[in-house]
Design a binder for this molecule. Structure first.
Ligand code: COA
Length: 405
């Protein structure tokens, strides 16, 4: 039986696939018609969805994104409660997500993560070349691939902040700083970067990591689940997540958001934004595949920034930056609404991520890698959840290429 993987076909119709370039001779055209009505349900083509928009490919207990109402639930909690009202440390969300994804509790997470940081630091010397790569995400990808082979979930997660911080220090010509087991992951990350101890800023970084720990089937989580579905082990799944996160349409946006805020600091933002759109570039930190309203994580970060500003004796630098960001956001929303009245394009998580990470003095070049540390909590739980399904993810494609004469 000829089974053709295809799209946009209604059962009972005849499927015809033609090469993109019409053959010179009509008689030479291969006819791949097949009657799909007789195919078993599992073999029938389903409608094509550009970018897989709206296609459900997994069931998850980990997080839920309501794009119409602008709500996000992570491990059964509203993101606002998780990060602001009853904030725990990042380690608590690792535990919560894991329990849901794996169906069993994970014990002693803070201690095991601290142990994983120490083990990762012991491997630093052998990873010198990988860690010294010029781009922070390239360095994280290479050092994770090389340094985490055979590690378990917490082994990989604990290694990430160590590699991000050590890579940054090595690229700056400085020696890596060893982790310290008594600190939380957020405190230790800041310390390994060489930042002074600052509980308010560590709390803000915790709020950031809690907030970005999981977000439905985003591109990097999907990539990690695809690899997990092949039966691969943890490290390659996380490397797949990192690779997807690096892209500017996903986790690579916050650095460019700060560039935009810098570029518009002394002028009216609208002209600058118009210029970007005329040049065919996207406004970073704006728009989202799922949200049709402002991203709830943008509100969380605004509130975390306000709290940090208060804790730092009315830090006016933070207040001024947020006020300017708000002006740019409003100008960008207005402009995008004029250009795309059919599609609400509002601020996404990356817009205020940029401000929050800047306020805790994470270097701009490390924004995406810092995001990766938080999102890895979700990846690990999704990898485990996917494994429990025991089912390979293998979608179909419609063939539109040439055929032999
Ligand atoms: N700036 C300018 N135009 C944008 C835009 C942006 N930030 N986001 C979307 N658009 C445009 C698209 O180009 C598209 O226009 P077209 O139909 O003329 O081609 C239209 O709006 C609809 O886009 P949509 O289908 O909503 O986008 P998507 O779901 O494919 O993409 C993003 C979602 C996030 C990739 C997209 O909004 C984007 O590139 N944003 C900037 C990068 C960013 O902030 N990424 C972080 C995401 S959390």
């Amino acid at each position: 039986m000829l089974i053709v993987e295809s799209t946009l076909i209604k059962a009972g119709t005849r499927l015809r696939i033609s090469p993109r370039k019409a053959p010179k001779d009509r008689a030479s055209r291969k006819d791949l018609s097949v009657n799909i009505a007789g195919l078993p349900a599992g073999e029938r083509p389903s409608p094509k969805a550009s970018g897989l928009e709206g296609v459900v490919v997994a069931e998850t207990r980990l997080s839920h994104v309501d794009g119409e109402r602008g709500q996000l639930f992570i491990a059964g909690s509203r993101v606002e409660d998780l990060a602001l009202s009853a904030p725990g440390q990042f380690e608590t969300v690792v535990e919560g997500l894991w329990a849901l994804g794996a169906g069993e509790p994970m014990t002693c997470v803070p201690e095991r993560l601290a142990q994983a940081r120490a083990s990762a630091f012991a491997r630093i010397e052998s990873l010198n070349h990988a860690l010294s790569l010029a781009d922070a995400m390239d360095a994280l990808l290479a050092s994770t691939a090389q340094g985490c082979a055979g590690s378990d979930s917490l082994g990989v997660l604990g290694a990430l902040p160590v590699y991000v911080a050590a890579g940054a220090r090595l690229r700056a010509g400085l020696s890596p700083i060893a982790p310290e087991a008594t600190r939380s992951m957020a405190q230790d990350f800041m310390s390994m970067l060489g930042l002074p101890e600052n509980p308010a800023r560590a709390r803000a970084l915790d709020a950031y990591w809690l907030t970005v720990s999981d977000h439905g089937l985003n591109a990097s989580t999907f990539a990690a689940r695809v690899v997990a579905s092949t039966g691969s082990d943890v490290m390659p799944c996380v490397v797949a997540g990192l690779a997807a996160l690096k892209g500017p349409l996903h986790g690579g946006a916050p650095g460019p958001v700060l560039d935009m805020l810098d570029a518009t600091a002394n002028s009216e933002p609208r002209a600058w934004l118009e210029n970007e759109l005329s040049a065919g570039r996207r406004i970073m930190g704006m728009g989202h595949r799922i949200y049709r309203v402002r991203d709830p994580r943008a509100f969380v970060f605004e509130r975390a920034l306000a709290r940090l500003e208060a804790e730092e004796q009315a830090n006016s630098a933070i207040a001024q930056r947020v006020a300017h960001a708000r002006r740019v956001e409003l100008a960008a929303s207005a402009l995008l609404n004029e250009r795309h009245p059919e599609r609400a394009l509002c601020a996404n998580v990356e817009f205020y991520t940029a401000l929050l990470l800047e306020a805790v003095e994470i270097p701009r070049a490390l924004f995406t890698a810092t995001f990766a540390v938080g999102r890895c909590a979700g990846w690990l739980a999704h990898i485990e959840e996917q494994r429990h399904t025991g089912r390979l993810i293998r979608p179909a494609a419609r063939y539109v290429g040439p055929l032999p004469d």
